[in-house]
Ligand binder design. Structure first.
Ligand code: GCO
Ligand code: MG
Length: 455
């Protein structure tokens, strides 16, 4: 029903455009587009339609929102990740109530046109909720296209450019010795790159460091268990005093070879970030991650003017246009958007191509609060572009793998995907039902005087 009206209105538009007294070249392309829509598929593939869009919210350890797009070909479907940590239900509602009715009846092969339609169609475009929903749809459509072609998605993106994607993991601790131990364990596991975070003396809870109860608890999980956001305390002065000493310790104990990274988590003012980047120079970081708030593109210039520490930015970006000034003015060295929040593979390949021109490499966001289809999407892009930098990764618990089997592999410090057609991940809907959504929030942060601070 929806399809018929969408297709016929589109045909109507092209006929109208063709009839108008327009320049010959435009009239030509408008007419060609109508004809193309009616042409049979190449190699005898029958036309394909989206028949159903299912939105599944599940909590196998963490809350995940999944989009399953079914097609008119028996057994052919795609699965995408549309998880937005702390606002999961808003995305699920957007998908179910607003987006699914627009998709049913469309041709799932038209990925770019669907992307443009969902991005520009609503007039009130963008924002993390809509872009996450769009990313879920986009991933599912690439999954379908790969399955239909009998190829892994990286083949559709141009084929392999490398044997695997250099990965980094997290090492954290309550003091330098604990961080060092965690880093050593990572190295024993094969990692060549480690992101190090340490608790800051005098501050209660610090992003990326163990909770107070046990060294196994992460801040995110503490928040998830309580059902309401926790509040951490942050002060830049002790943080800025501690972090360079941590990296001095790690270089002395671990040597020069291991790649070290650190996540500022958008908590500093530009002049503070500039100081940190400069003081970290002797320890040769692979990069300093997300030093400033996503709004503050201008501030990156200040960091650049004071330091040669490589800078990465982007996990909070939800628009391709966020990336543009930082890349085109060479204010960063790594663009690290989240393929689940920036609009999926279709967005990522454009960002990567733009970055290639400016010698900026990719480092897509890869935390545990986005689900295996996004991690798989990351790696399909990583191994098919020329300017890949590094890939953040986590090991999913068994319960998450039961719901979302397949996905990425890890060996000797590198991630990969196998030759399974599509993204190579799947969704076990029966298993998902066993783990219902649990309300959860990310932690918040305040300064010691009680004023609000970026977490
Ligand atoms: C990272 C990120 C995460 C975020 C998390 C929020 O570098 O992996 O900073 O740890 O905090 O994705 O939902
Ligand atoms: Mg980060």
């Amino acid at each position: 029903m929806l399809n018929t009206s969408f297709a016929s209105s589109r045909r109507w538009f092209f006929k109208l455009a063709g009839a108008a007294a327009l320049a010959p070249s435009f009239r030509q392309s408008a007419l060609t587009r109508t004809d193309a829509a009616e042409e049979p598929k190449p190699r005898g593939l029958p036309p394909l339609k989206i028949t159903e869009v299912r939105v599944i919210v599940t909590c196998p350890d963490r809350n995940y929102v999944l989009v399953k797009i079914l097609t008119s070909e028996a057994g052919l479907y795609g699965v995408g990740d549309a998880t937005l940590n702390g606002r999961e239900l808003a995305v699920a509602e957007d998908l179910e109530k607003h987006i699914a009715p627009l998709l049913v009846g469309r041709d799932p092969e038209e990925i770019e046109d669907t992307w443009q339609y969902l991005y520009r169609g609503p007039y009130w475009r963008g924002g993390p909720i809509q872009m996450t929903a769009l990313a879920g749809v986009d991933q599912a459509l690439w999954d379908i296209k790969g399955k239909r072609a009998g190829m892994p998605v990286y083949q559709l993106l141009g084929g392999r450019t490398r044997q695997g994607a250099l990965a980094y993991t997290h090492a954290s601790g309550r003091d330098f010795a604990e961080v060092e131990d965690a880093a050593r364990r990572a190295l024993e596991r094969g990692f060549k790159a480690v992101r190090a975070q340490v608790a800051i003396p005098g501050l209660e809870g610090t992003y990326g460091t163990p909770g107070r109860k046990s060294s196994e608890e992460t801040a995110g999980r503490v928040a998830q268990q309580s059902g309401l956001p926790s509040t951490e305390i942050f002060e830049p002065a002790p943080y800025l005093r501690t972090v360079p000493k941590l990296f001095e310790h790690l270089r002395v104990k671990l040597g020069e070879e291991v790649e070290l990274l650190h996540d500022v988590h958008e908590r500093l003012a530009p002049i503070e970030a500039a100081r940190l980047a400069r003081e970290l120079e002797p320890y040769h970081l692979f990069f300093l991650e997300d030093p400033l708030r996503p709004e503050d593109k201008q501030g990156f210039r200040l960091i650049r003017e004071h330091s040669t520490t490589p800078i990465a930015m982007g996990e909070l970006f939800d628009s391709l246009w966020d990336c543009l000034p930082l890349i085109s003015q060479q204010l960063i060295d790594f663009i690290r958007c989240d393929l689940d929040h920036i609009g999926g593979i279709t967005a990522a390949r454009k960002i990567a191509a733009l970055a290639e021109f400016y010698q900026v490499k990719t480092a897509w966001h890869g935390p545990g609060d986005i689900s295996p289809p996004t991690h798989a999407a990351n790696v399909h892009v990583d191994i098919s572009i020329p300017n890949f930098g590094i890939q953040e990764m986590v090991f999913f618990p068994d319960v998450a793998r039961e719901v979302l089997p397949g996905g990425t592999t890890f060996k000797d410090g590198y991630m990969d995907v196998d030759r399974t057609p599509g993204l190579g991940t799947d969704l076990n809907e029966e298993a998902a039902k066993k783990y219902p959504y649990r309300r959860s929030y990310l932690p918040t942060a305040r300064r010691k005087d009680g004023s609000m601070q970026d977490w």
